[in-house]
Design a protein around this ligand. Structure first.
Ligand code: CUA
Length: 338
């Protein structure tokens, strides 16, 4: 009986030490998603069970090796035990009960993890060897990194262009395969602002180890600003130089002085209609061909070539910080006004 009490105490002490040791070394990264909480809750009880089982096996084993080892000169057989029904029922019923409890805990944890928010923001994820891309269908652009607001559920609809990949952000806990030919869904509610990494967690070829993307969780305000930037980029990329030129001319205020229908505006300059390729007479009586070089010089150094009958342009491209690319777009637009 004394042995049972000693071993019992040692098992409890060993279990506590094992649990403290395992949790103390920081097995898990930060909890950055709402789904991480039920998962970590479940994981914690598993670590408790693991610590106890480890102690329950190792302590009696080591205790027996030391205390019950054969004494010098003792050649008798050990006691012969035929079976113990009570013990066998006990070690069947208790684990059965524990497994059933864990099944219920697992079901609860899974339910919490999969909880659907109908307001979730949809992001379409495409994986291919060896990169992820993120399309925001509500906003009409695609990004190389996952950028999302905090405290809002994301619904990632994922598919692959080639082989099986897997979407895994350790701080979010949940992991999901990405399979070619079908869509898998991944719901996550980030709760902690920060920069994380999504890593591909399924061996997918030579570049598998490098298949990573940045995951940035930011405030709603920063997210809105990022969306605006991305939309502006997408719009600019979809426009022709002529379209960009017209918008630039509007924003730089060109149309305050230059018409595009041949009329002359009060205190303004020459109309842009039919301007490109025409000959204009300057103040000194010389004529000059309106080509790209002429327009660039007129915009960047307005006083250098004033057309006869007009005063020098008040807009100065150099002072306004007009870039070469912007000027090229504006010229492309002027060339369309025939
Ligand atoms: Cu994609 Cu590994």
């Amino acid at each position: 009986m004394l042995h049972f009490i000693i071993v019992g105490i040692l098992v409890i002490v060993m279990a506590i030490l094992t649990y403290l040791g395992l949790t103390g070394i920081g097995l898990l990264p930060v909890q950055a998603s709402a789904q991480a909480i039920p998962i970590d809750w479940m994981f914690n009880y598993q670590v408790i069970a693991i610590s106890f089982l480890f102690a329950l096996i190792v302590v009696p084993l080591v205790y027996s090796l030391i205390v019950f080892r054969r004494k010098k000169g003792d050649t008798t057989d050990a006691e012969h035990i035929e079976g113990n029904t009570t013990l066998e029922i006990t070690w069947t019923v208790i684990p059965l009960f524990v497994v059933i409890v864990f099944a219920f805990m697992g079901a609860k944890s899974l339910g919490d993890t999969r909880r659907v928010d109908p307001q979730a923001m949809v992001i379409n994820v495409t994986a291919q060897q060896f990169a992820f891309s993120f399309e925001y269908p509500d906003y009409g652009f695609t990004s190389k990194e996952l950028y999302a607001p905090v405290n809002k559920q994301l619904l990632l609809k994922m598919t692959s262009r080639d082989v099986i990949h897997s979407f895994w952000v350790p701080e979010f806990r949940v992991k999901q395969d990405i399979v070619p030919g079908r869509f898998t869904e991944y719901r996550i509610t980030p709760i902690l602002e920060g920069v994380y990494k999504v890593r591909c967690a399924e061996v997918c070829g030579g570049g598998h180890a490098g298949m990573r993307s940045s995951v940035e969780i930011v405030s709603q305000e920063r997210f809105d600003n990022w969306v605006k930037e991305k939309q502006a980029e997408a719009l600019a990329a979809s426009q022709t130089p002529e379209e960009r030129g017209q918008l630039l001319a509007t924003s730089y205020g060109c149309f305050g002085c230059h018409s595009v229908d041949g009329s002359l505006l009060p205190n303004g300059g020459p109309s842009w209609l039919g301007l490109f390729g025409s000959q204009v007479e300057l103040e000194d009586g010389s004529t000059v061909l309106v080509d790209e070089a002429y327009i660039i010089q007129s915009v960047m150094d307005p006083a250098s070539q004033v057309v006869k009958g007009f005063s020098p342009m008040t807009f100065n491209g150099t002072d306004a910080g007009l870039t070469d690319a912007e000027l090229a777009d504006i010229i492309a637009y002027i060339m369309t006004l025939k």
